[in-house]
Ligand binder design. Structure first.
Ligand code: B3K
Ligand code: ZN
Length: 877
């Protein structure tokens, strides 16, 4: 496999103005007829270059240039290309290919999911459908006709607007769709199946009526309401916040069961993993409801940030993904609690993206090179990319940012552009110079920000010294200073914000400000202070950095109780918990008894008994840092000690706070009719977090109450929380009864069974590997279904650290086995599963050796896909 470099980008030699596709779908194959209006790209010189089309796993049936059939000696075919030699600068190409969707287990290109045909073309799947210039800067107007059996495939869909349909011979029918907006091939989509339709409409800000449709398999008809509501809210929000109006007359979502990721933003025809569409209180948890809302929004928002303005090349992926994640986070924050949403995002980023940034796959938000682009749909491109856009939002201010995005959309509508173009629009609209800021796009690694404060009582001055650095990452040893926006305030001894006056400025900055840190070392001097302040730093996690400040534990307690900023109150409690846990890990390693710091009890008690706090915030604050995050923070992670410490600490907190927790839990457990609103979600979140703690007391009453909640719950959130508590408890009888009952009740609901699988696969109780092996024998398990693989193998390897990392290495061997099997079935899923093994440098020498051994074994596998090869070779480098 060969490496592709950003620096090698050049425009294509040809453009494709029009693309006419006709699909003939059969049970054992499909024929794809394509007619392309091709033109030479005049900017690429005078001479007529050969036309090199991308194509993989295709059988070429016929090929004609301007209606003349080409003989076999006039073109060249290899495994990845079709090369031909046009005689003029403008011509029509007619190509017929034969493909076998029914045998496509990689779920890329045209494939079958259950009884339906569907496509996934991003990033490079279109080349598995027909020969084409499969690159995002080639934008074409598509017309698509689908022909299939009417009985089995009554619904025939593609991008754009439906323009004609009719009967065909032998019980077959056809439909033609026309997409007026030029688009790259990765946004092409086709669906054919036996689907029902949920319909609604939306009136846009200019008064156009849009036909909204969600297509699902008939049994899922009742589970689409939430997705539809989310869609309408997204459409309104994008008009109000970004001034973006929908452009076609129809917007469709189709739910499919076999899908490699969450969803895909194909123009006018979004295709979704059913897990990101279907939601009903009986079957989906509050978390699943939120995921549906955010994924529906994300894909919808792509219509502008991604489709109308797309990427010039795949190195620019974050142009659309980072921006769109930022947009969907803003949206979710506006729909629910912005602070809680931010806490969730930051928790996720720090446990996962920071680990990626510290590992062998570390890459900049705009990578310089890749082997397989599918491997670069990463937390760095998505989540860190979103943080980068968020920092731009902070630096420009909300109004300035909107001016910038307006200019960006206006300037680049219909174009394929770069991250530089995006930043340029923000610069031009705001009169800013963001040259140095752009290093965030090119420099990998999580920056360190070391802060120190010095109080000069005589001068009434507080000096804040900032020192930034960034550790080396693969291929990048020297790092340059970045622009780091630091949102902050200074608190007095009552916890009130003090007025901020910088020594070298005339005007006051109010009581909260954003400092732009631009140098490796920088000093900010605040003057005119009556008393020594306690700084509240990096509010809202205003930059994706690892910040340190020499807070005492008492400072953290104070901030956790008094910081007027909700996010930083949570952050202080988190940091306190991290510090306590790190101390306990050291004690555990020395074989000393684990002593609980009473200050944690004190903070948690005050939070639990603070009636003004949003229950969702309380739940976030009393949730201990995850094992994954503790691993990420450790120089060398001792997973056994981390697991033991976390479990012990949970039990000690549950004991010390038993009465407080019980009182709040009982108050929240009064039976109530189910409602999905944010306030009820928050109450359920706290109630079930407390149930988890209370179960640790192992009291008969609590177990009985948990079983009761499992049986009597009027929604899946409560039922699943009770199941989780039982599965992670030592009450074998109740646990087995609940699992059996759950499976009996939900065996016909694949998405609910995914929860049943993952709750067990993620359980840190002993014997995890054997449990997972047994789960893979369950009739509902299927290695070809990515959701099942994620629910069992993924949950085990990513969430069940103590079992996965068992000392004999059997967990690693098991994961490697699955990767090797999936390498030939579904390379993208196989490569995704590699992540836990890429982290081998985090562990002790014995585990390092065992993990490397499995990496070597994978490396030695025959016919290694480019996907797996890239991850495994970089991990071993
Ligand atoms: N753009 C798609 C991701 C495609 C992944 C291809 N391997 C979904 C999204 O980010 O919205
Ligand atoms: Zn996206």
């Amino acid at each position: 496999p060969k490496t592709i470099y950003l620096k090698d980008y050049r425009q294509p030699d040809y453009w494709i103005a029009e693309t006419h596709l006709t699909f003939e779908l059969f049970e054992d194959h499909a024929l794809v007829h394509s007619r392309l209006a091709v033109q030479r790209n005049a900017e690429q010189g005078k001479k007529l270059p050969p036309l090199v089309l991308d194509g993989q796993q295709l059988q070429l049936i016929s090929l004609a240039l301007d209606d003349v059939e080409l003989s076999e000696d006039s073109y060249q075919l290899d495994a990845d290309h079709l090369t031909l030699h046009p005689g003029s600068a403008e011509f029509e190409l007619a190509i017929t290919t034969r493909i076998e969707p029914q045998n496509n287990t990689a779920l890329e290109g045209l494939y079958k999911s259950g009884g339906m045909f569907c496509t996934q073309c991003e990033a490079e799947g279109f080349r598995k459908i027909t020969y084409y210039l499969d690159r995002p800067d080639v934008m074409s107007r598509f017309t698509t006709t689908v022909i299939a059996d009417r009985g089995d495939y009554p619904v025939l869909l593609s991008n754009g607007n439906p323009v004609a349909s009719g009967e065909h011979e032998a019980g077959r029918h056809w439909a033609t769709w026309e997409d007026p907006f030029p688009k790259p091939a990765y946004l092409f989509a086709l669906v054919a199946g036996d689907l029902v339709l949920i319909q609604d409409s939306f009136t846009t800000m200019s008064g156009r009526d849009i036909d909204l449709r969600i297509y699902v398999e008939p049994e899922n008809r009742e589970q689409c309401g939430h997705a539809m509501d989310s869609l309408k809210r997204s459409m309104r929000w994008d008009e109000e916040v970004y001034g973006r109006e929908y452009d076609l007359d129809i917007f469709m979502i189709v739910a499919v069961n076999d899908f490699n990721m969450g969803a895909m933003e194909n123009k006018g025809l979004n295709i979704f993993n059913s897990s990101c569409v279907l939601a009903h209180p009986d079957t989906a948890t509050d978390l699943a409801f939120q995921r549906v809302e955010s994924v529906v929004a994300h894909e919808y928002f792509h219509n502008w940030s991604g489709n109308r303005v797309t990427c010039r090349d795949w190195f620019q992926l974050s142009l659309k993904e980072g921006f769109t994640v930022f947009r969907d986070s803003q949206f979710s924050g506006d729909m629910n609690s912005a602070t809680v949403k931010r806490i969730e995002d930051v928790t996720f980023l720090r446990a996962n993206q920071f680990a990626e940034d510290a590992g062998p796959m570390a890459h900049p938000v705009r990578p310089d090179s890749f082997i397989e682009i599918a491997n670069f749909y990463t937390l760095t491109v998505y989540e860190k990319g979103s943080e980068v856009v968020g920092m731009l939002h902070t630096l420009c201010g909300a109004d300035g940012f909107r001016k910038g995005t307006d200019l960006y959309f206006e300037r680049h509508d219909g174009q394929a552009v770069t991250c530089d173009d995006f930043v340029k629009a923000l610069e031009d609209a705001n009169g800013l110079d963001l040259t140095r800021f752009k290093r965030w796009y090119s420099q990998a690694g999580t920056p360190r920000l070391e802060m120190n404060g010095h109080w000069d009582a005589n001068a009434g001055e507080f000096r804040l010294l900032c020192r930034q650095s960034c550790p080396p990452t693969p291929g990048q040893t020297d790092k340059q200073p970045l622009v780091i926006p630091l949102r902050m305030a200074l608190l007095d001894s009552q916890g009130a914000e003090m007025s901020l006056q910088l020594a070298d400025e005339t005007g006051s900055r109010g009581t909260e400000t954003v400092l732009a840190i631009t140098e490796a070392e920088q000093l900010f001097v605040f003057t005119g202070l009556r008393e020594e302040p306690l700084p509240s730093l990096l509010r809202g996690f205003s930059a994706p950095v690892k910040m340190t400040y020499p807070y005492s534990r008492d400072d953290r307690v104070f901030l956790a109780k008094h910081d007027p900023d909700g996010f930083n109150r949570w952050e202080a409690a988190q940091a306190l918990a991290v510090e306590v846990m790190q101390g306990l890990v050291t004690m555990a390693q020395a074989g000393r008894p684990l002593m609980l710091d009473q200050r944690m009890v004190d903070v948690y008690r005050s939070v639990l008994n603070n009636p003004e706090l949003d229950p969702a915030m309380v739940a976030e604050i009393i949730r201990l840092p995850s094992e994954a995050y503790m691993v990420e923070l450790a120089e060398q992670a001792d997973i056994d000690a981390i697991h033991k410490v976390r479990e012990t600490l949970r039990a000690e907190l549950a004991q010390a706070l038993h009465d407080d927790m019980l009182a709040v839990w009982q108050r929240l457990s009064v039976p109530q009719p189910y409602t999905p609103d944010a306030a009820s979600v928050a109450r359920r979140s706290l109630k079930n977090t407390l149930l988890g703690y209370l179960m640790l007391s192992e009291s008969e009453e609590i177990v009985a109450a948990c079983v009761r909640q499992f049986i009597e719950a009027n929604n899946m959130t409560d039922r699943q929380a009770a199941l989780v508590a039982l599965v992670n408890s030592p009450f074998e009888e109740q646990k087995q009864a609940a699992l059996a009952e759950f499976a009996r009740q939900w065996q016909d609901y694949p998405l609910v069974m995914d929860q049943w699988f993952s709750v067990q696969a993620a359980s840190g109780q002993p014997g995890g590997l054997e449990r997972v092996q047994a789960l893979m024998q369950h009739p509902a398990f299927n290695l070809r279904n990515p959701n099942k693989v994620r629910a069992v193998v993924g949950a085990f390897a990513n969430q069940n650290l103590v079992n996965f990392h068992r000392l004999d290495g059997a967990g690693y061997g098991f994961l490697a086995d699955q990767i090797i099997t999936l390498n030939s079935l579904n390379p993208q899923i196989a490569a995704r599963l590699m992540t836990p093994l890429t982290r081998w440098r985090k562990y002790d020498p014995a585990r390092q050796a065992l993990m490397q051994e499995q990496l070597q074994r994978i490396m030695a596998t025959d016919d290694l896909s480019a996907d797996v090869y890239e991850v495994v070779s970089k991990s071993l480098a």
